[in-house]
Ligand binder design. Structure first.
Ligand SMILES: O=C(CO)[C@H](O)[C@H](O)COP(=O)(O)O
Length: 230
């Protein structure tokens, strides 16, 4: 079973958690895209949902399928958010942001009563950190911010320098107008400590560690979908 087949498998499986009348957050990325397509099928079949999106990319996909995306500020608390991840670790600690949507994703996740992460089997790991940790940085005075990030990383025995994400020759700019720096951590032994240390830095808008946010993980694989809880 290919990774893409597993992504479809979990995107389709997540629809079982969606009930008529719910307010639902749509994640970003190739796995979440399968969920968006499955939601579009449900709506075509008559289900009524209020939808919000975690990125311009997802909004464009949803609208191309005929879905209506509401402004998050007009809908209050969400019932559910379904999104992909780059790594799913112990306790459903996650690395997200491979698609550079981590800030809007985290905002939507934190405004949802329940969050489901969907991923193919390769994303399920024993220790977070093989996937480079994305950090979203305010562009003004970014060099100073990156120096402060490097100092924090050293405190956590991470010696790799943050690397600016680029699109061709240009810096990658997020939907919110910020830069992304990726850190090849290797292994993150203290995710909670690292998350709060990074978040405390002026100039760091947010980072891709999603801790204590996922309620359920659906992991794809040849033997079917595994359902994990923290
Ligand atoms: O966090 C994300 C975007 O910011 C994505 O959910 C994550 O990168 C997984 O993407 P994919 O499903 O394409 O592997």
């Amino acid at each position: 079973m290919t990774a893409d087949e597993q992504k479809k498998q979990v995107g389709d499986a997540a629809v079982a958690y969606v009930k008529d009348g719910m307010k639902v957050g749509l994640g970003t990325g190739s796995t979440a895209a399968w969920f968006v397509k499955a939601v579009a099928e449900q709506i075509k079949a008559g289900m009524k949902l209020t939808l919000v999106s975690t990125s311009i990319q997802t909004t464009q996909l949803a609208e191309s399928l005929g879905l209506v995306i509401k402004d998050i500020n007009d809908v209050g608390m969400l019932d559910l958010c379904v999104d992909g991840a780059d790594e799913v670790g112990p306790g459903l600690a996650l690395i997200k942001g491979g698609g550079a949507a981590l800030l809007r994703e985290k905002l939507i996740w934190e405004q949802a009563n329940s969050c489901i992460v969907i991923a193919d089997a390769a994303k399920h790991v024993a220790t977070l950190g093989k996937f480079a940790l994305p950090i979203e940085v305010e562009p003004f005075a970014w060099k100073g911010t990156v120096n402060r990030i490097s100092d924090v990383l050293i405190e956590f025995d991470i010696t790799m320098m943050p690397k600016a994400r680029k699109k061709g020759d240009d810096y990658w700019i997020t939907d919110g107008g910020n830069l992304i720096f990726d850190v090849a951590c290797g292994a993150i032994h203290e995710p909670a400590g690292l998350a709060s240390a990074l978040k405390s830095l002026t100039g760091v808008v947010d980072h891709g560690l999603f801790l204590d946010l996922a309620d359920v993980a659906l992991i794809g694989g040849p033997d079917g979908v595994k359902v994990l809880h923290p």
